[in-house]
Ligand binder design. Structure first.
Ligand SMILES: C[S@@+](CC[C@H](N)C(=O)[O-])C[C@H]1O[C@@H](n2cnc3c(N)ncnc32)[C@H](O)[C@@H]1O
Length: 282
């Protein structure tokens, strides 16, 4: 069996500063198309108001920051915070073109301090990677005195088959790193609703409410060839797939294409997806 990269040796922060962040930057258009339903649901839950000051945690290429900034215009503003220089470069370009009041900072959301308090802390899939989540959420609460939070993360892996596509397609072909124990920092770090509730409550957030958001996603917009291209390059198994030899990669591609075909109807791919949306007051 082909062995993948020693992914266990990288911390989540390193991975985002380097390979994962670079991949998300390269595919930002496809990613925003994939997560459009999540964006809409998060913004609805966040209820951003004109003039508010918003922090977008783990903003990536700024898709959510832009949507938030449009909602708090004309006098409100958004700061997007992320570790990945490649994604922030894309985000800055998009913000400049938008003329909205958005600034991006490269820093760790678990420790970065703002000059002025926020009304709203929002995040689309950007807060499951903290090494010490309670400490991070205590810190974030301190950045929004009297404010609120709206946070969206993946629910259980079983309810999100597209997120499993790389691993399941590579099964038996590649020696993938073992899956991390439940609750470890990573995409599914808060897949357990009770854990998310506990972390937010222990961090001092009040009126914590967590709702399941079930939807379907059309990865990369839903054209089967685009779904395949994106799925080979993005996600926790992507570095191991990329590091494999060509015959192995071809095997993974074939297995992936068969799974994608099962989600295709009328030439368009849609896969079920499920997220938790937490709202809270500081
Ligand atoms: C799954 S991506 C989501 C990006 C973006 N919110 C989106 O939905 O497109 C997770 C993001 O969180 C960022 N991130 C992870 N840990 C972070 C930390 N401690 N501080 C700031 N950003 C972080 C990563 O760099 C990455 O851009």
């Amino acid at each position: 069996m082909n062995s993948g990269e020693p992914a266990e040796s990288l911390t989540q922060a390193q991975r985002w500063r380097e390979t994962a962040g670079d991949a998300w930057a390269r595919f930002h258009v496809e990613i925003d198309a994939t997560f459009a339903p999540f964006n809409d649901a998060l913004i609805d839950a966040a209820t951003p108001k004109t003039n508010e000051r918003v922090l977008d945690v783990g903003c990536g290429c700024g898709g959510t920051s832009l949507a938030l900034a449009a909602r708090v215009a004309p006098h409100g503003s958004v700061i997007g915070l992320d570790l990945s220089p490649a994604q922030l470069a894309v985000a800055r370009e998009r913000a400049a073109a938008s003329k909205l009041a958005i600034e991006f900072r490269q820093d760790d959301a678990a420790t970065w301090r703002a000059d002025a308090p926020f009304d709203l802390i929002a995040s689309r899939l950007g807060f499951m990677f903290f090494a010490d989540p309670v400490a991070a959420f205590v810190h974030l609460r301190g950045q929004a005195p009297g404010g609120r939070a709206a946070l969206l993360c993946w629910a259980e892996a079983e309810a999100n088959p597209w997120m499993r596509l790389g691993r399941e397609s590579a099964q038996g072909l590649l020696d993938l790193p073992a899956e991390p124990p439940a609750g470890s920092p990573g995409p599914f770090g808060f897949d357990d609703r009770d854990r998310l509730f506990r972390v937010l409550t222990e961090s001092g957030w009040r009126s914590v409410e967590i709702a399941r958001f079930d939807t379907t996603i059309a990865p990369a917009g839903g054209a089967p060839a685009d779904v395949l291209r994106l799925s080979m390059k993005l996600g926790p198994s992507a570095p191991a797939i990329a590091a494999a030899d060509e015959p192995t990669r071809a095997g993974v591609r074939e297995a992936m294409a068969a799974r994608i075909a099962a989600w295709t109807s009328g030439g368009r791919v849609t896969a079920p997806a499920s997220a938790w949306i937490a709202t809270a007051r500081s």
